[in-house]
Ligand binder design. Structure first.
Ligand SMILES: Nc1ncnc2c1ncn2[C@@H]1O[C@H](COP(=O)(O)OP(=O)(O)OP(=O)(O)O)[C@@H](O)[C@H]1O
Length: 569
């Protein structure tokens, strides 16, 4: 939707200042926006009335769709095709009922129309950015700029939709906040000199105030993403924010307040239910493929799986034990209890990569994705025979090294963990080579793996937060979807990654030790690269013509791994 907005608000529309525009359908993934100089033209009128501007989705060879702009004088054939479909899923355009038909004066700002359409169906946006404001923590208001430990109890008296003056953040409506530069900041000093503005307005898909519960956040930000994932799309959710802003709380949650991750796992299994592939002979391969194992390989895989689950029984730290119990507890109990720092939650979903079957690799074919909607039980588009296999992996990127969090930590001092490399499959999708992907059949098993992974996480005590995570943690669920148990050769793999990014912070706020500074440097570099990638993608979307900015995916491991999500590939 954003992409269409930026295309539509440019000069492409401006010359068509007469007559009416017709928007045939608005759908972030599969819609076609047709702007023409007359209202619902018949074919003859359209041909007489000069060039039309088309903004549509072009099918690539790999089955994905890229936006394209065409200025053309359509023949009867092209116009008919646009009217009758097909859309990305191959279904005819009649899927869009007349309620999607809007006629309006093109001299008006098209963005208003798209804005309201986006609000109507925000789920159809490919990139959604949510802002969550956490309540003030006790003692936070007295915090000076150098900062001491911020961890503490939540002061619920300050929780409200609109913050008081000192907090510098004001929620103006459900989508926007106004930030006022604090008096100690450079922006404040510059605004006094008249160089910059004191306040800035930011708009998001949705803004959640401090009183928002985990359940509310999950329902409105992540539930739809899981629906997309189960219906076959690859999805990414990541939390970004300053250290101590509530990213881990949002993703993991606490014993009383389960976060997005345990709720996601629970919901996936609610949908998948009993419809699971009974054998153990499937193994994910590359980024979006699955391979069938020979009998001896099945045994090896089972041994490996057992050894991973055994790590739990050796747990000695109270951290992992309590994590496990809170995750289990949170599954049973979905009811939640409910100055400001903020964290952003971004979600991206895109179609599953279609990969041709490669007999040499013994891979199953991944088939075309359709835009379907799912219910809490098996999705309505799935035939009753559809069965699933769920695989979990958990990795961390620490100091630009990738580690498997499901691999046993070396106990002896001299032994270091083995970093993993990134690989690229024949679709150009990036994946982590050699990462454990463990088959799970229940939410408890999945959460046990979360607990194991969390134990291995590299926590470093900084002055800012004693439990501050210094690495990017990537929890990935792969869902293999088979047409039926007797015919396992037709499979589709979709990927859902939940990433808890390390906190962005200033070196001055952390301990000045060499290791901590190096960590902070690496964290900030990868986060900066991520923002540069998103910036470049936005620029390229708005850019007409073929000259595009290079997107620096390769500048950090994080962005390299997110590349296919950001590209929509
Ligand atoms: N929405 C919230 N409601 C109540 N408490 C919260 C909320 N968000 C965060 N907190 C509390 O704030 C503190 C910091 O949160 P958290 O550890 O999640 O920050 P973080 O952004 O993950 O930090 P880091 O980047 O250092 O890992 C914790 O004590 C947490 O319990």
């Amino acid at each position: 939707m954003d992409l269409l907005c930026s295309l539509a608000s440019g000069s492409i529309v401006a010359p068509l200042a007469t007559g009416h525009c017709l928007v045939i359908s608005l759908n972030g993934r599969s819609g076609i926006l047709m702007v023409c100089p007359s209202n619902v033209p018949d074919d003859g009128q359209a041909r007489r009335s000069g060039p039309l501007v088309w903004i549509g989705l072009k099918q690539r060879r790999d089955g994905l769709h890229t936006p394209q702009i065409q200025c053309c004088r359509p023949s009867r054939q092209t116009l008919l095709r646009a009217r009758a479909g097909p859309d990305v899923s191959g279904a005819p355009l009649r899927r869009y009922s007349t309620e999607y038909l809007h006629t309006f004066d093109p001299r008006k700002n098209l963005n208003d129309l798209f804005q309201s359409a986006a609000e109507e169906d925000v789920r159809m946006e490919n990139l959604r950015v949510y802002l969550r404001l956490r309540p003030s923590l006790a003692g936070e208001m007295q915090q000076d700029e150098v900062g001491h430990s911020l961890a503490g109890e939540v002061d619920h008296s300050l929780a409200g939709e609109v913050q008081d003056e000192d907090t510098q953040v004001h929620i103006t409506d459900a989508r926007s906040v106004i930030l006022t530069a604090p008096s100690c900041s450079n922006t404040f000093k510059n605004s006094v000199r008249g160089i910059t503005k004191l306040t800035h307005k930011f708009t998001f898909t949705h803004v959640y105030g401090p009183a928002t519960t985990q359940e509310e956040l999950f329902q409105s930000s992540t539930f739809g993403l899981i629906t997309d994932f189960i219906s076959g799309q690859n999805c990414l959710l990541f939390t970004y924010g300053a250290t101590n802003s509530g990213k881990t709380f949002t993703v993991q949650g606490t014993q009383e307040d389960a976060g997005l991750l345990p709720r996601t796992v629970q919901h996936i299994f609610t949908v998948v239910g009993e419809h699971q592939y009974p054998k153990n002979d499937l193994k994910p391969k590359f980024s979006c493929n699955v391979t069938r194992l020979e009998e001896q390989d099945v045994l090896k895989e089972e041994e490996k799986r057992e050894s991973i689950f055994k790590i739990t029984s050796n747990l000695t730290t109270t951290l992992s034990q309590s994590t496990m119990s809170f995750l289990k507890a949170s599954i049973c109990d979905d009811t939640v209890n409910s100055s400001v720092q903020f964290s952003e939650t971004s979600t991206i979903s895109h179609n599953t990569t279609e990969a041709a079957v490669s007999p040499a690799l013994d891979s199953f074919n991944t088939t075309n994705t359709t835009n379907t909607t799912t219910n809490t039980t098996q999705d309505s588009a799935s035939p009753a025979t559809t069965i699933y296999a769920v695989f979990i992996s958990f990795a961390e990127i620490y100091n630009e090294y990738i580690f498997d969090l499901l691999e046993k930590m070396p106990t002896s001092k001299g032994n270091k963990r083995n970093p993993l490399m990134l690989g690229e499959d024949y679709n150009g999708s990036v994946y982590i080579k050699g990462l454990n992907e463990v088959r799970v059949r229940t939410p408890e098993e999945a959460l046990q793996l979360v607990s194991i992974g969390r134990q291995n996480l590299h926590f470093a005590a900084t002055r800012l937060n004693h439990h501050s995570s210094r690495s990017h943690c990537i929890f990935t669920v792969k869902l293999v979807r088979l047409a039926d148990a007797d015919n396992p050769h037709v499979a589709r793999v979709s990927v859902l990654s939940l990433c808890d990014l390390a906190g962005a912070e200033r070196a001055a706020k952390t301990s000045s030790s060499h290791d901590r500074l190096k960590e902070s440097g690496n964290i900030n570099t990868s986060l900066l690269t991520l923002s540069r990638c998103i910036e470049a993608l936005r620029c390229n979307q708005a850019q007409k013509g073929s000259k595009k900015m290079p997107v620096p995916y390769r500048d950090s491991k994080l962005t390299r791994l997110f590349q296919s999500f950001l590209l929509g590939g």
